[in-house]
Design a protein around this ligand. Structure first.
Ligand SMILES: Nc1ncnc2c1ncn2[C@@H]1O[C@H](COP(=O)(O)OP(=O)(O)O)[C@@H](O)[C@H]1O
Ligand SMILES: [Mg+2]
Length: 258
């Protein structure tokens, strides 16, 4: 099993879109990977994207990954794995908001997700996590458990600073928690042809940026609204080809820097 987390401590850059559509790409029958999507963002965007919104808002009687993180799971974790298109999904839940303080206080707080998912390790080729738009205990858990990062960015100058900050945080996790973290790919998202894009691209030189763009496509938004990946919503969209390329990058072990 290889873990991957779609990550950046900024909202609206495409983390959830990337996580969901990468899960779809890696699980296409031609590749035959068993893929688990884990929605770690309390906002539940990725869950909704694959049509499991109901579970997200369900009452306390229902189990959730959040309860497992604080050692209060209500049964086998497998019971909250849903079949969504060609892959499986553990949805987010309101309770992810509430458990953060408790998780922070646990001695093994940063390692909880890693421990909770370990029994599933043999069942999947890839586990892809979507993370919240901030740098907190949930994001730390995601990095520790997944170890491989995919960073979607908008082609704006603020993204450069965000990447720098993320790399500092990753360095701290490497040192303090002794986890071998790797940046698999930086993925330019919602790309337009303008001079700012070009300038940002030049400033990213030397970093593991993929050699293609995810361009701005309204179909990616529409797919989300219908609760389907772009692979199901519009299989002929050029965005499908871009996520296939991202899956190739993942299967080849990440972007190679010369
Ligand atoms: N390449 C794209 N083209 C057009 N819209 C996009 C693209 N990528 C993401 N979006 C849309 O932008 C919004 C934010 O994306 P999302 O994946 O939810 O970001 P994040 O998870 O980082 O907050 C969503 O409405 C999504 O549908
Ligand atoms: Mg999101």
């Amino acid at each position: 099993m290889q873990g991957i987390v779609s990550i950046l401590q900024k909202g609206g850059v495409g983390k959830s879109t990337t996580a969901v559509n990468l899960a779809a790409a890696l699980s296409e029958p031609e590749r035959g990977n068993k893929v688990l999507l884990v929605d770690l963002c309390p906002q539940g965007t990725a869950s909704e994207h694959v049509g499991v919104y109901g579970e997200y808002h369900s009452n306390e009687e229902v189990d959730s990954l959040a309860y497992h993180l604080i050692g209060k799971g209500k049964g086998d974790l497998r019971k909250i794995i849903f079949e969504t298109e060609n892959f499986s999904t553990i949805p987010s839940h309101d309770s992810l908001f509430e458990i953060r303080a408790e998780l922070e206080m646990m001695e093994d707080g940063p390692q909880r997700l890693d421990k909770v998912l370990r029994p599933l390790e043999k069942d999947f080729d890839y586990i892809i996590a979507d993370s919240p738009p901030e740098f907190g205990i949930i994001t730390i858990n995601a990095i520790v458990a997944m170890k491989n990062l995919i960073i979607p960015i908008l082609m704006e100058h603020t993204s450069l600073r965000a990447i720098e900050d993320l790399m500092d945080q990753v360095e701290a996790i490497r040192d303090n928690l002794e986890v071998d973290v790797k940046i698999l790919a930086i993925v330019p998202n919602r790309v337009l042809n303008d001079s700012v894009t070009q300038d940002v691209k030049e400033k990213l030189e030397g970093l593991p940026v993929v050699d293609f763009d995810i361009r701005k496509r309204v179909d990616l938004k529409k797919a989300w609204v219908t609760g389907q990946t772009i692979f199901k919503y519009k299989p002929k969209s050029d965005a499908v080809e871009w996520y296939r390329k991202l899956a190739d990058v993942v299967e080849n072990g990440g972007v190679k820097i010369e």
